[in-house]
Design a binder for this molecule. Structure first.
Ligand SMILES: Nc1nc2c(ncn2[C@@H]2O[C@H](COP(=O)(O)OP(=O)(O)O)[C@@H](O)[C@H]2O)c(=O)[nH]1
Ligand SMILES: [Mg+2]
Length: 447
């Protein structure tokens, strides 16, 4: 279904202008394609960057990477030209005229997968690494690209395979009255495997948030300092701050790195009854934003007594994940508390920036359940998490039947084999073309 016998070409560098732009050609015939478009009578030497020209187009450096030691595992030629879209498109056009085909999105990485250069986890990690917007996202993606998750899954799979082989052998020689593995030992090993799945899945919540980011919405009645706090967390004067209640009417959002998490921070109109038609629309939008948030920062003004609007908002958001931010700690306070209805309370001053770090840490902790993201997240991709959860459920079923005395090996085996099949899907050892298509569609052309 996925053909790999033709040569593909695409611009590998981002759209726009730059010092250098790269065109990549991959496939059995890539060196012949390159030979037709460059001004050079000798063939390109393996892995030697060669200064040459593309006829009437540009001076370039061309490098030939023979299979299998290339990104795709096929013969690859990379042509570095000046980073002008016109020049790069002209090079692509001449490669197509010389017999190559324009690559589909993600096709270079798909070929790397199909040629066994990377497993599916690593191929997906390439897209994550390219898309990373915080250093932690990049680190988690690179860990997966580097094979950390692949190795952990391979280790679990190896033990699972050994257990299955022993149970099958016992099944094949039923008359000997000999177990290649005692039932109690099989049950013990299944318990150990379950613990290893739990270990892996324990990082899943934090990992998913690292990969996908989170939406944090600033809410509160007018004038408590929402926009000031928003600007401070965003590190820029994005939202208008005035002493006039009802200043913010539209949603204002900004992407910020909070302790390594890619957070979409949203400032909203203050919650109050109003007859102003514009402000009313703003208040309605605030409500919608609150409903989709992963976390609410419910801002109170601690220099004033709690008002009816504060109480209404506290009641409306009681069942949502939230942090109560007691702002204006630079002024004498009217109330003091450390928790409010299950939510942590953080005293800050949006004016002086006092305790902003505490707030950042509280946001991380509420979202991920962790104090820091330093050693977390071997696992972050929803597809992997779902499959590993299914495999864990298969193992739990195996564990249950294996604890019953006299359970035939077949019953245990069926669940163990189902668990292994899920692991195979994670790494791509058996994955349907539809799933592959879906995964690689996310890539841009040239990746
Ligand atoms: N003293 C003090 N004033 C603040 C603080 N945060 C905000 N303000 C002031 O409170 C007023 C309302 O702030 P703003 O951010 O517009 O509040 P919003 O309506 O909730 O968005 C402005 O005059 C701010 O300068 C703070 O921490 N301390
Ligand atoms: Mg505001």
């Amino acid at each position: 279904m996925f053909s790999t016998d033709d040569s593909i070409v695409a611009i590998a560098t981002p759209p726009g202008r730059g010092g250098i732009g790269i065109v990549r050609i991959s496939g059995a015939g890539s060196r012949e394609v390159a030979a037709q478009i460059i001004d050079r009578s000798q063939p390109l030497e393996p892995r030697r960057a060669t200064f040459t020209r593309i006829r009437a187009t540009d001076e370039v450096v061309a490098t030939y990477f023979p299979a299998p030691h290339s990104y795709t595992g096929e013969h690859v030629v990379e042509i570095s030209a000046h980073g002008s879209p016109v020049v790069l498109q002209a090079i692509v056009a001449s490669a197509i005229a010389a017999g190559a085909r324009l690559a589909e999105p993600g096709e270079f990485t798909l070929r790397a997968f199909l040629n066994g250069k990377r497993d599916l986890i690593q191929a997906e990690a390439v897209a994550d690494l390219i898309e990373a917007s915080t250093p932690v996202q990049a680190r988690v993606a690179f860990d997966q690209l580097d094979g950390t998750l692949t190795e952990r899954i391979a280790a679990i799979d190896g033990d699972l395979f050994d257990l299955i082989a022993r149970l099958e052998a016992s099944l094949d020689f039923p008359d000997e009255g000999y177990h290649f593995i005692e039932p109690s030992e099989a049950a013990r090993r299944i318990t150990i495997l379950l613990a290893r799945f739990d270990d892996l899945l324990a990082g899943a919540r934090a990992g998913r948030l690292i990969r996908e980011g989170a939406t944090v919405v600033v809410a509160g009645r007018p004038n408590v300092g929402k926009s000031s706090l928003f600007n401070l967390l965003a590190g820029a004067d994005r939202a208008i701050v005035t002493p006039v209640a009802g200043t913010t009417r539209d949603l204002v959002s900004e992407c910020v790195d909070i302790e390594g998490l890619a957070v979409t921070l949203v400032d909203t109109a203050g919650w109050r009854e109003t007859h102003d038609i514009v402000e009313r629309e703003g208040v309605a939008r605030s409500k919608q934003a609150r409903d989709v948030a992963n976390l609410l920062l419910l801002v109170l003004d601690r220099s004033e007594p709690i008002r009816r609007e504060d109480e209404e908002l506290l009641a409306q958001t009681a069942d949502r994940p939230r942090i109560v931010v007691a702002n204006k700690s630079d002024l004498p306070g009217h109330f003091e508390m450390s928790r409010l209805g299950g939510a942590p309370v953080v005293d800050v001053s949006a004016k002086t920036g006092a305790a902003l770090d505490d707030l950042r840490r509280a946001i991380l902790c509420e979202l991920t359940g962790r104090e820091s993201l330093r050693d977390t997240a071997a696992i972050s991709n929803t597809r992997h998490i779902a499959l590993l959860e299914q495999a864990r459920a298969n193992l739990a079923a195996a564990s249950e039947v294996s604890s019953l005395p006299g359970t035939p090996e077949e019953f245990i085996l069926a669940d163990l084999q189902a668990a292994r099949a899920r692991l195979d899907e994670v790494v791509g050892a058996r994955t349907s073309d539809d799933v592959l298509r879906h995964i690689f569609e996310r890539f841009c052309i040239g990746k």
